[in-house]
Design a protein around this ligand. Sequence first.
Ligand code: AMP
Length: 175
Amino acid sequence: MKDLKSYIRTVPDFPKDGIAFRDVTTLFGNPAAFKHTVDALVAAFKNDRVQKVAGIEARGFILGGAVAHRLGAGFVPIRKEGKLPHQTVSETYTLEYGDATLEMHLDAFGAGDRILLIDDLIATGGTAEAALSLIERQGGDVVGCGFIVDLPGLGGSARVKAHCDHVVSLISFDD
Ligand code: AMP
């Protein structure tokens, strides 16, 4: 298999001018690259006794679902505003390109449950931090955070390390 990074497509000026969008659909679409990605995240967190994987809509669902299955854990969807049908907790945050609100079901897990947060990419860390705050407010014990891509220049992974010691990303884009 080629370097994992080569499976990620960069789309310039999406969703707005100046953003280099790191598109992981090309990685998800390649059987060997997708398997390698899931295997690497499972290996990184296999000793953390994860009880639930929390995945952030929408690419975090694809990745988090596969990782949860392999770790023998449950899955908790963290969704954009207005999508979850039952009682929710919510958190509003700032994205690299705009504002957004994330929601999670109030009863998504029990107090003290060991939670692994998964998303495709960490940029400024606002999205992951909002998700971590939802999990922490419900009494979850965040044992890990896993991403395919880190954009370290935007400082997100450093921000997330304040909440969680075990932060893993498989690829980093420095520009
Ligand atoms: P942030 O809150 O700034 O860390 O942004 C992370 C979230 O926005 C993730 O859910 C990513 O899927 C998405 N995102 C932000 N910036 C990019 C980017 N340059 N390329 C692809 N996805 C991005």
